[in-house]
Design a protein around this ligand. Structure first.
Ligand SMILES: O=C(O)CCC(=O)C(=O)O
Ligand SMILES: [Fe+2]
Length: 199
């Protein structure tokens, strides 16, 4: 496709608006989840804003070797998100699966719905009251797939403490967490996530 400055400008504007809408939604959802634990909204960590949260646009090309029954081939391997919350939009193709009761369950595509996943930081903050969901994406044999994910994250120097004591996790910064995850993946090919920070 030829580069068009007009298109690029409207894309930038759309992404900016989407980011802002997602940011407001993320805050509202976090408030509901915090209140559900019997706490007032002000208790949710503050350092999450438009400078620290981000959008990711995912494209999954078709893969003729795709076998959803067996989990082959993964467009995105099984993982949990290293954030507080993820707000996700998937297109009509499908392929997102979440782990429920030790089984992979397909998330039916719905163009009018957003999917909200708890991430590792909310699990730590809530002392395991909320669980970070394991998920993966299976590619489609014939069709390409798109998704948009908005990650609610704090700044790297933010301390992730539990809302109530005693905490099941030692206190750590988001930067420390990211680094540990990256080091583990580089060394072993696996993410150990919160298990590294359990007390
Ligand atoms: O593409 C999807 O549906 C999921 C994306 C995802 O899990 C991620 O970007 O972390
Ligand atoms: Fe994810």
């Amino acid at each position: 496709m030829m580069y068009s400055p007009i298109l690029a400008l409207s894309f930038r504007e759309s992404m900016k608006n989407l980011g802002m809408a997602m940011s407001n939604l993320g805050r509202a959802l976090a408030d509901v989840l915090v209140q559900n634990l019997g706490y007032s909204c002000g208790n949710f960590p503050k350092n999450c804003d438009e400078k620290t949260c981000f959008l990711r646009l995912n494209r999954y090309p078709p893969c003729p070797f795709s076998r959803p029954e067996t989990g082959a081939a993964c467009g995105l391997v099984s993982h949990t998100d290293s954030d507080y919350l993820t707000i996700l939009y998937q297109d009509h193709v499908g392929g997102l699966q979440v782990m429920k009761d030790s089984r992979w369950v397909a998330v039916r595509p719905n163009r009018n719905a957003l999917i909200v996943n708890i991430g590792d930081l909310f699990q730590a903050w809530s002392n395991d009251a909320y669980k970070s969901v394991e998920h993966r994406v299976i590619t489609n044999a014939k069709r390409e797939r798109y998704s948009i994910a908005y990650f609610v994250c704090p700044s790297y120097d933010s301390t992730i403490g539990a809302y109530a004591q005693p905490s099941r996790y030692r206190s750590f910064t988001f930067g420390e967490y990211r680094k540990q995850v990256q080091d583990d993946v580089k060394r072993t090919g696996k993410k150990f996530g919160l298990s590294r920070f359990q007390v």
